[in-house]
Write a protein of this length. Structure first.
Length: 256
């Protein structure tokens, strides 16, 4: 018995055991008792996670995969499954600290990252495989073409480490693009407390017109009068670091 990869679910099953082991070992397994694997498929990561002491939740919506996992891994029961990760109510797992891991479906990978941000206080770390382009954007630094909304929003909450690249031939079926594995490690967000909504608005507005100076791209947000001569407004969004965006948001809030 095997699981047929379903295109509409973005399934590409990893077949390389060494890579699977490296992904799992990317987690620290420190200071949390729970792990959630997104899209376990046929369990190439699950088998190594089950060797650990943490309790494993499996976010899977493919009933064929669910049946396969229960049949092939005796430790896996109905209680391990929690449904669609994007619809996940973390109260289901008692709002505990939970690490996230997965060979993520490419068609929802950015949404998965934003879901993690939304539950930042519950997710201390993540190791995941994404389309290489998304992985590179997540880890990008200022003044590069990959640096953008995703880079800034993720890095405001997490330290990002690009671990390694994965080639197409270790999947069934092979995707048309290379993949990249990244690790997110939560960092203190003291500079963002109470300013999250405004921060996201500024970042998105700035990069939506990334070739323009912030003095133009942020007009839609009604720049406070006291900030209209700020040095950052003479720059483009891609020239500002994550800490620049955070400090500018704090100033903006104080002058609203």
């Amino acid at each position: 018995m095997s699981v047929k990869a379903k295109k509409h679910l973005g399934q590409h099953f990893l077949t390389d055991e060494n890579i699977a082991r490296k992904i799992v070992e990317g987690l620290s397994f420190d200071n949390y008792n729970t792990i959630m694997e997104v899209g376990p498929g046929m369990g190439v990561l699950t088998k190594y996670l089950l060797e650990k002491e943490q309790y494993i939740y499996l976010a899977e919506i493919d009933t064929e995969s669910i049946d396969y996992l229960k049949k092939h891994y005796p430790k896996v029961t109905e209680k391990n499954f929690v449904g669609d990760f994007l619809k996940q109510d973390f109260a289901v797992i008692n709002n505990e600290q939970v690490a996230v891991i997965g060979n993520f479906p490419y068609n929802i990978s950015s949404q998965i990252l934003f879901k993690i941000i939304d539950h930042y206080e519950l997710v201390p770390e993540m190791v995941g495989m994404f389309q290489k382009e998304v992985a590179e954007r997540t880890a990008a630094v200022p003044r590069t073409k990959d640096y953008g909304i995703l880079s800034v929003l993720i890095q405001a909450y997490y330290d990002v480490s690009y671990m390694f690249t994965v080639h197409e031939n270790v999947f069934n079926p092979p995707p048309k693009v290379k993949s990249g594995v990244i690790k997110l490690t939560r960092n203190p967000k003291e500079g963002l407390v109470g300013n999250e909504v405004l921060f996201k608005q500024i970042v998105k507005a700035g990069f939506n017109q990334r070739r323009k100076k912030l003095s133009n791209s942020l007009k839609v947000l009604n720049i406070p009068e006291e900030l209209k001569t700020h040095e950052f407004l003479d720059k483009r969004a891609e020239e500002l670091s994550v800490s620049d965006f955070i400090s500018f948001t704090k100033l903006w809030k104080e002058n609203q």
